[in-house]
Design a protein around this ligand. Structure first.
Ligand code: GLA
Length: 387
């Protein structure tokens, strides 16, 4: 569990790296966090609810305007993989790799970008771990451009800019969970978001006061939404909704209403399982919010998380053996609940554990489940200007 820099340290480090690379100080430094979703997986593109918290881990963007029409992108995490392109020539897919995420945001806002931009990125959101390092990068750049170019963009519009960068420029067909979490989350709270009408509320989540901790466990198996089964799952959900005659699966209430999907074919049985995950998962979000709001024992949330994992594993089929092993090992070591997080096919799991048991659970998942890293996360702040 590594030490994270304070906002001041992070800003100074990014500014110094920018100055070293570009020969002049940046006009500012902005940061946006990664996220871990407490519950509500694969509900966002089905019009359901989600409940993410922002990580203390952020991505920083140090930015300055330039007058030669170029977009120059440098990353402290990808030395030697700079990109230098004319803003006027940006098009989806070019540049690719890490630079596609910030370039995608600039592409969205290109009408407003004056002569060009120098941009240096630094950060500590683990990449490929299902913790939204890509959304953190997009959102850091989006808030930077909003402030620097004085753009009239509200929070939902910022989310949309960042999300379209990912969908249209990078080509990953994700929903709005990650970018919403990175922009809208506040310290000490989980974000209860209705992805259909974009209504949201901040739900206080002070686990420390209850003697609990959220332990995020990286499985070390990477995932990539552009080429994983994520797109297949989206298409299966759309087909199930079409067969049920609804626009979005979360318009269905209760699993009984899914019975017509089971038409005796293999495809029908598969669509029923996919839809059952979505509908029960949406209900689990409301159950967790109810438990937290009722002010009872937050340990009760654990069982709901574990039920969510079983549903992702068996009905939605997006878990992998490494994540199942982490969940089982964490539970055996005393976690109150555990589940995989994010899109799946690799990435991380989250466990709700007694604060006093964090070291034991972390050691168990490292030893018995071979997980390379784990982090205790406290619900942290969303995207912001650092300097
Ligand atoms: C990824 C996507 C999100 C969401 C989750 C699953 O993180 O980017 O939009 O669909 O998977 O909940």
């Amino acid at each position: 569990m590594s030490e994270l820099p304070t906002d001041e340290e992070a800003a100074a480090r990014a500014a110094a790296a920018f100055t070293g690379r570009f020969g002049a100080a940046p006009e500012g430094v902005w940061a946006a966090p990664g996220r871990v979703n407490v519950i509500g997986e694969h509900t966002d593109y089905n019009g359901g609810h989600v409940l993410p918290v922002a990580l203390p881990h952020t991505t920083r963007a140090a930015v300055a305007r330039r007058d030669d029409g170029r977009l120059v992108l440098v990353s402290a995490q990808h030395p030697g993989a700079d990109a230098d392109v004319a803003v006027a020539e940006l098009e989806p897919g070019t540049p690719g790799g890490w630079a596609g995420y910030p370039a995608g945001v600039v592409h969205q806002l290109r009408e407003a970008v004056p002569g060009g931009l120098s941009l240096l990125v630094d950060g500590d959101v683990p990449a490929g771990a299902g913790l939204s390092s890509s959304a953190a990068l997009e959102c850091a750049v989006a808030v930077a451009l909003r402030d620097l170019l004085d753009l009239d963009l509200g929070p939902d519009e910022l989310v949309d800019v960042a999300r379209r960068a990912e969908n249209d420029f990078v080509g990953a067909p994700t929903g709005i969970l990650d970018q919403s979490a990175s922009v809208l989350c506040t310290a000490g709270h989980a974000l209860h978001l209705d992805t259909r009408d974009r209504g949201s509320e901040q739900v206080p989540l002070d686990l420390e006061a209850a003697g609990l901790a959220l332990l995020v466990v990286d499985s070390g198996t990477t995932h990539s939404h552009a080429d994983s089964g994520y797109g297949d799952r989206r298409r299966e959900c759309e087909e199930a909704a079409r067969r049920l005659g609804v626009g979005l699966l979360c318009e269905v209430t209760g699993v009984d209403a899914l019975a017509p999907l089971d038409d005796g074919t293999e495809r029908g049985a598969l669509l029923l399982r996919r839809a059952r995950h979505v509908v029960t998962e949406d209900a689990r979000v409301e159950e967790v919010v109810g438990l937290l709001r009722a002010g009872g024992d937050p340990r009760e949330v654990g069982a709901v998380l574990t039920a969510g994992h079983a549903s992702l594993r068996d009905d939605f089929e997006v878990s992998v053996p490494e994540l199942d092993a982490i969940v089982e090992t964490a539970l055996a070591a005393g976690a109150h609940g555990a589940r995989m997080v994010g899109g799946g096919f690799g990435g991380s799991a989250v466990a709700l554990v007694d604060a006093a048991a964090v070291d034991d659970v972390a050691a168990a998942v490292a030893g018995r489940a071979g997980a390379p890293r784990s982090y205790v996360v406290v619900p942290s702040a969303g995207a912001r200007r650092l300097s």
